[in-house]
Every structure is written in C-alpha cells, then in structure tokens.
Write a protein of this length. Structure first.
Length: 226
C-alpha cells in the first residue's frame, strides 16, 4: 500500500502520544499548514493561548463519508424551500470570524486571531475555501476548511439562523462529490456531527485513505450561486 512521504517539519503522525499530540511549536505559515494536513496532522491551540502551537493527529479520526451524510426530513424541507442563498468563497473572513465569535459557533475559542490570520493567508493562496449561506441578504452561516488534492479538511462551521450551517454542509458535501474529492475530514466526532452521519475510523485507516485522496486530481472550483 502506498505510504505518505516523510514530513518536512513533523514526526510521523502515528508517533503521537495517547491524546494525539504530535508536536509543540513551529509556525502557522502556509508551508507548515499544508505539510501538516498532507500528513494527517492539524493545529489546535490549548485554551485561549496559541503560543506555542500544538499539533495533533487523533486516533480515532472523525470523517464524513461523501455518500454518508444524514439529511433529516426537516432539513430536506429547508433545502427545498430555497430559504437560503448558497455561495462559495464570497466571504471567507466573515465565515471564519463567525466560527470564532458568532452565535451558533461550532468551533469554539481555539480560532484565535493567529489562527484567523493563518487561514486567511491559505484562502488568499487558494488552499482554503468556504461555503456561505445567506438569509435576507445577510451572512447566516457557513463552513470552511482546507483543500489539498482530494482531501477537504473541514475546520468549523457556524450559524446565525437555524439550519444555516447544515445547509452549507449539505452543499459542501454535494460539491465535493461532484468535484472528485475522496475524503472529508472533520477531526473529532461530536454529538452534533454524529447526528449528521459522521463516523470514526482508526488513524491507520485515515492515513491510508489520506494517501489515496492526496493523489486525486480534485479541484474545488466554485459552487454555482443559488
């Protein structure tokens, strides 16, 4: 089975401690972030301080299968109602800041100003993307993450209007499937994610699937505005 090449900056993901901690320190530059995600590792500050940075590779790892998203009857009705306008990459700053501080945030306080600056830079370079939902002309919710090859690592989502983040996630999953993505990583399994169909797999399985996903010629493109 093909294996990931060695990282430029990190020890192997499977060398993590029992909590999943791989390394402490380093930088949040695009080079470090892309290398981390390409090796099954992601940054997560401890508490409200992000110096030094902590890098993780969890076992088990949570994913959403691209054919396994659970859409409830009520959410189906919301999707059919055209209550929300859905776009992509129109307001990345609004989405990540909503995930950090907005009502209905599902990311928590780990999205510090340093994290925001780092992912804004990834967005400017074309490596990070978001899906926005709009209600009555205002940003109502969204989801953002990092795309490398056929991997999309979803980082966080938020809502200001009921179901706005779920609508964004449904559109994201459908878009990833159409664009040839193979792996949707969500890192940790929360009760909310479980209700949406998320599952856990072992770190070994995740790294194997990551290897395959990185080789896929997927491209995020844009979601047609609805």
């Amino acid at each position: 089975m093909p294996q990931l090449p060695p990282s430029r900056f990190f020890p192997p993901a499977d060398s993590a401690d029992p909590d999943g901690l791989v390394a402490i320190g380093g930088r949040l530059s695009p080079e470090w972030l892309l290398d981390a995600y390409s090796h099954g590792i992601f940054p997560w500050p401890m508490g409200d301080r992000d110096e030094p940075m902590f890098w993780w590779s969890l076992d088990p790892r949570a994913i959403i299968e691209l054919d396994g998203l659970h859409v409830s009857r009520s959410l189906c009705r919301t999707l059919r109602s055209d209550r929300f306008e859905v776009t992509s990459d129109r307001d990345f700053a609004g989405v990540i800041r909503g995930c950090a501080v907005g009502p209905g945030r599902e990311g928590g306080t780990w999205i510090t100003p340093r994290i925001i600056r780092a992912y804004m830079r990834l967005f400017e370079l074309g490596h990070a993307h978001c899906v926005e939902t709009w209600h009555e002309g205002r940003l109502a919710g969204g989801v953002y993450g990092v795309a490398i090859g056929g991997l999309f690592a979803a980082e966080s989502m938020f809502h200001r209007v009921r179901d706005a983040s779920k609508v964004a996630l449904v559109h994201l999953v459908n878009h990833l499937r159409r664009r040839g993505y193979r792996l949707l990583d969500i890192q940790q399994l929360t009760p909310h994610a479980r209700r949406l169909g998320a599952i856990e797999i072992s770190r070994d399985e995740y790294l194997g699937r990551l290897t395959d996903a990185l080789a896929a010629p997927a491209d995020f493109g844009r979601i047609p505005d609805s």
